[in-house]
Design a protein around this ligand. Structure first.
Ligand SMILES: [Zn+2]
Length: 240
């Protein structure tokens, strides 16, 4: 099992090197690791792959399910967390609902699922929520990552900005989206007690972006830049 993880890790690091260019990735990693070595992070990131089980999330025109892309991205993020020594807990690592599946109605089961996620965040010491989702809209033209944050916890906004800037400057130069406060419709952000962000990585309703989200190399890259933004936030918190 461990050997398998190491192999996957090597493949991912290799593909990031190939697709970003060896120099860029080496510079980026060495800068980050140098900074990291001076710090001791005591946070635990709650890595939340949105949806799962009977809740597929958004469904693309070709049948791609949001829950599957979310899981793939969280899997890549987990491996980068391993590289950088960041503590984390995965809400789910397989295609399951995390709530009580014996409840009678879908509404009850969905509520149970979200409360369970909320509970994991709030019972973990020094936790930070990183929730991964994909966007969907009725018009195809919209694309680009957008990070939402919890208004109730000040540092969430800084975390969201670090991630948005990291992804946009490295991968999406034409993305003009700004970070946005999570409203009532996003329970985990609206009721947050810990620094919390939700990353809408891309639009499944945009054919070009859907193809990217279905591509291993692109998912590896966006995962890397999400982690890079989060590291920048952790380092900024350390200085303060
Ligand atoms: Zn979603």
């Amino acid at each position: 099992m461990k050997e398998c993880a190491v192999t996957i890790l090597s493949i991912i690091v290799f593909s990031v090197c190939i697709f970003l260019g060896i120099n860029q990735i080496e510079k980026n990693i060495s800068e980050t690791v140098n900074s990291y070595n001076k710090s001791q992070f005591d946070n635990t990131v709650i890595l939340d792959a949105g949806h799962g089980g009977e809740d597929g999330g958004a469904v693309a025109f070709d049948g791609t399910l949001e829950k599957d892309i979310n899981l793939e991205i969280c899997s890549a993020i987990s491996l980068f967390f391993d590289i950088f020594g960041i503590n984390y807990i995965n809400i789910r690592t397989e295609d399951i609902s995390v709530g009580d599946t014996t409840l009678e109605t879908i509404k009850e089961r969905k509520a149970s699922d979200i409360y369970k996620r909320y509970d994991i965040i709030n019972t973990t010491e020094n936790s930070i929520l990183l929730s991964i989702h994909q966007n969907m809209f009725s018009v195809e033209k919209y694309s680009g990552t957008q990070v939402f944050y919890a208004k109730s916890v000040d540092s969430s906004k800084n975390l969201a900005q670090c991630i948005q800037s990291s992804v946009v400057s490295s991968l999406q130069n034409n993305n003009k989206r700004s970070i946005k406060e999570g409203d009532k419709s996003i329970y985990l952000l609206y009721n947050a007690k810990r620094p919390s962000v939700l990353v809408e990585c891309g639009f499944m309703s945009n054919m070009e972006e859907l193809a990217l989200l279905n591509n291993f190399e692109y998912r590896t890259k966006i995962s890397y830049f999400i982690v890079s933004g989060l590291l920048e936030y952790l380092l900024s918190q350390k200085v303060v």
